[in-house]
Design a protein around this ligand. Structure first.
Ligand code: FES
Ligand code: FES
Length: 121
């Protein structure tokens, strides 16, 4: 995606399925692209952060200062977008569970949760 398609919003960090920086959606399901072989994708729709550029979560992350270095942010937003599509008003526990695969080295977890809790504001 990054090298051949120029879609550099998706980040590569651990490359081993541990951090969530590379998260994309396959048919709306958050998926770790670094450990997903292309031939297993089939005809499922791939949504990267570029495909979510108009999503209100983008503004919510900025408004709540949920972006520090920003490296984890595309993956965070891709996962959060799938969550709020299925559940527009997730609880604290639901946010924690849905976002548990996305690590943030800057530790902005409270702000990330605030952004997701207030994404429609
Ligand atoms: S780059 Fe860390 S899970 Fe894919
Ligand atoms: S904002 Fe820096 S890793 Fe999350």
């Amino acid at each position: 995606m990054r090298d051949d398609l120029g879609l550099t919003g998706t980040k590569l960090a651990c490359g081993e399925g541990h951090c969530g920086a590379c998260t994309v959606q396959l048919d709306g399901v958050p998926t770790l692209s670094c450990i997903t072989l292309v031939h297993t994708v089939g005809d499922r729709e791939v949504t990267t952060i570029e495909g979510l550029h108009d999503h209100p979560l983008i503004h919510a992350f900025v408004r709540t200062d949920a972006v520090q270095c920003g490296f984890c942010t595309p993956g965070q937003i891709v996962s959060a977008a799938a969550l709020v599509k299925a559940n527009a008003a997730p609880t604290h526990d639901e946010i924690q569970h849905a976002m548990s695969g996305n690590l943030c080295r800057c530790g902005t977890y409270p702000k990330i949760e605030e952004a997701i809790s207030t994404w429609r504001d």
